[in-house]
Design a protein around this ligand. Structure first.
Ligand code: R2B
Length: 308
């Protein structure tokens, strides 16, 4: 069967390949923002069994996800040991390892997740990990969706509504296609349950460089447009099939696609942007909502591990 357009660029042996000949020529590779290195750590021993890399914005949430997934997959730590933040001395990101699952915080926005992805993809390569699957489990604004809805992205578009990550390299604009694995997105959707008191939907994700004006909010410190302009734009997004707005999916899709890594973005909405700019839900409600993407991803991981 030939690979359909929507399938990813897979490598036959499943190894993560870097598209950078310079790395092979280096004596060692220092993964500075992870506080790890190919010279200072035995990366294949530490990470060679990783299968799933789960990322989310907030360090505390990813620590909580690590404990949650440990419970879900029944992973036991050696007696007398506890989960540690492997990247604590980077003071940038947090990373926890629970058997085949890495739980890592990525901070806010494309620059932050982009730096992390470069280093985590290299970590997979140095560790000789095969066929890893990457997930972003996060929060987002929704468009015309009840807050708390789970959106699985089937496409990510930038602030100009293009499915590309555009960056300046050597003073010139370079584009990378931002492609997510549509089959994985559908599989995740199939793991949602009609009995849940919230909807889970597939949708296009508008990924911006800013939380305020960049996301058509009129409640920032500055605002260069009117409420009418804002609503016109949000309605245009809605007509184009955009379901949610966040700030990382474009880089996540583009860099995982370039590395040949299967990936998905699963976010819970925290506000309906057709109704409000401000996030009105209480901390308790927000905490309950943020478990929803984690549940779907945990089901996927458990299904994989039970079929092994
Ligand atoms: C969702 O939440 C953050 C902004 O509050 C940002 O990381 C995003 O994409």
């Amino acid at each position: 069967m030939s690979m359909s357009d929507e399938e990813r660029d897979e490598y036959p042996d499943g190894m993560v390949r870097l598209r950078n000949p310079n790395i092979e020529l280096m004596d060692q590779d220092i993964l500075y923002h992870l506080a790890l290195g190919s010279g200072s750590h035995d990366l294949p021993v530490m990470f060679g069994d990783v299968k799933f890399v789960c990322m989310g914005g907030i360090p505390k949430r990813m620590e909580q996800f690590a404990f949650y997934i440990m419970d879900e997959i029944g992973h036991k730590l050696p007696s007398g040991t506890t989960l540690v933040d492997i990247s604590q001395y980077s003071y940038r990101y947090s990373m926890y390892k629970v058997g085949p699952v890495l739980s890592i915080s990525h901070g806010m926005g494309i620059p932050s997740i982009g730096i992390l992805l470069h280093e985590v993809i290299k970590l997979m390569y140095h560790s000789k990990v095969r066929d890893p699957v990457f997930f972003r489990i996060g929060t987002c604004g929704g468009i015309g969706l009840e807050p708390g809805t789970v959106v699985i992205s089937d496409e990510a578009v930038d602030g100009l509504l293009r499915p590309v990550l555009e960056q300046a390299h050597l003073g010139k604009l370079v584009q990378k296609p931002a492609k997510l694995d549509k089959k994985l997105a559908r599989e995740l959707l199939s793991l949602s349950s009609p009995d849940e008191p919230y909807d889970t939907v597939l949708g296009k994700t508008f990924c911006t460089d800013d939380f305020y004006e960049g996301q058509a909010r009129i409640d920032g410190a500055f605002c260069s447009f009117s409420e009418t302009d804002k609503m016109e734009f949000l309605n245009k997004l809605s007509k184009m099939g955009v379901s949610n707005i966040e700030m990382e999916s474009l880089s996540f899709a583009a860099l995982t696609h370039q590395a040949g890594i299967k990936s998905a973005v699963v976010c819970n909405t925290i506000v309906d942007r057709l109704k409000s700019d401000q996030v009105l839900a209480s901390k308790e409600i927000l905490e309950e909502w943020q478990l929803r993407p984690q549940k779907i991803v945990a089901r996927y991981i458990k299904r994989y591990l039970s079929n092994k």
